[in-house]
Ligand binder design. Structure first.
Ligand SMILES: Nc1nc2c(ncn2[C@@H]2O[C@H](COP(=O)(O)OP(=O)(O)O)[C@@H](O)[C@H]2O)c(=O)[nH]1
Ligand SMILES: [Mg+2]
Length: 290
């Protein structure tokens, strides 16, 4: 069997950082990973440059600045010998924004999504503004827009110009649910899919003491509810992933991490897998385990 995986996620959800750390892991063999790389297809210079930035605590160049770089990594499981192919469209991420805002996607993506045997879907834990209640949101608005200050119905003397709503104002969790629900209707072929949800930048959420699944329920209730309601379409698992390991703006944390073997910075939680093994979600996707 050769399983195909596709990587999805909104811009800045952590896809490139994951790819950089994965490239370092499979190339350096510093830590034991279940999956071993056989070969790859893509731009070697690009892969080395992102892994280099990752090792040196530099911000990884945004994909939109480096152009579209598609990378395919061929892997095998050192325990079962099962083979897998991970396709990182790693296109400027914005393609998934376009799919939501303009309801368009590339025909190749439909083909890839129809042929996949598992999805890695990224969500960045750093989404403070996404779950604001109406009360919180109202209090942030300039006074003239607050609902208690809006003119009474029938008051024609005051007119407040509210900005016109546009799809670009959609919160992340609405976009995510749209991308997921697109997969269960045409032009995508309907079938049951396996999906590993990776909550990236987990180092920022870790101290809250929640499991990744609890984090999702608290911070992205719409996405959490979507998976509960669509168990027939998606068999899912939620992981917390810290591919970078630390916040790069935190100088003290960088100093501590600089003394470690780079692979030890990586952390993955949620299921009883190796603590530093980024390939664990792919191993689960490849397995027959539900
Ligand atoms: N603190 C922290 N930040 C991270 C981690 N992984 C990614 N980030 C940050 O999240 C942002 C988006 O990451 P990136 O990989 O470029 O996302 P992409 O657009 O989906 O490829 C960047 O600012 C990264 O520095 C992590 O493990 N920890
Ligand atoms: Mg990227």
């Amino acid at each position: 069997m050769n399983a195909n995986f596709v990587i999805m996620g909104l811009p800045a959800s952590g896809k490139t950082t994951f790819l950089a750390a994965l490239w370092h892991l499979v190339e350096s063999a510093e830590t034991d990973c279940r999956l071993v790389m056989d070969s790859y297809r893509g731009d070697f210079t690009y892969l080395n440059s992102i892994a280099d930035a990752w090792r040196n605590f530099q911000k990884i160049p945004r994909t939109s600045q480096t152009g579209d770089t598609e990378v395919t990594i061929y892997l095998h499981d050192r325990e079962t010998n099962a083979r897998g192919t991970a396709l990182f469209p790693d296109l400027a991420g914005e393609i998934f924004d376009l799919q939501v805002e303009e309801r368009r996607c590339r025909p190749e993506f439909i083909k890839q999504a129809d042929a996949e045997d598992g999805i890695l879907f990224f969500i960045n834990a750093n989404v403070k503004e996404d779950g604001l209640s109406i009360v919180d949101y109202n209090s942030r608005l300039p006074p003239e827009f607050r609902s208690s200050d809006l003119p009474e119905l029938g008051d024609v003397t005051t007119s407040v110009a509210m900005p016109e709503w546009e799809p670009k104002f959609l919160p992340a969790q609405v976009r995510i649910v749209q991308l997921l629900s697109d997969l269960i209707r045409a032009p995508f072929t309907y079938r049951s899919r396996k999906l590993a949800l990776l909550i990236s930048a987990w180092d920022l959420a870790r101290d809250q003491g929640h499991t990744p699944d609890q984090w999702l329920a608290l911070n992205m209730p719409l996405v959490h509810q979507f998976f509960r309601a669509n168990g027939k379409s998606f068999t899912s698992r939620v992981y917390g992933v810290s591919a970078q390991g630390i916040n790069l703006d935190d100088d003290a944390a960088v100093d501590v991490a600089a003394d470690m073997i780079p692979s030890r910075r990586i952390q993955i939680v949620g299921h009883d897998d190796g603590e530093h093994d980024l390939t664990a979600p792919l191993v689960w996707l490849m397995s027959a385990e539900e």
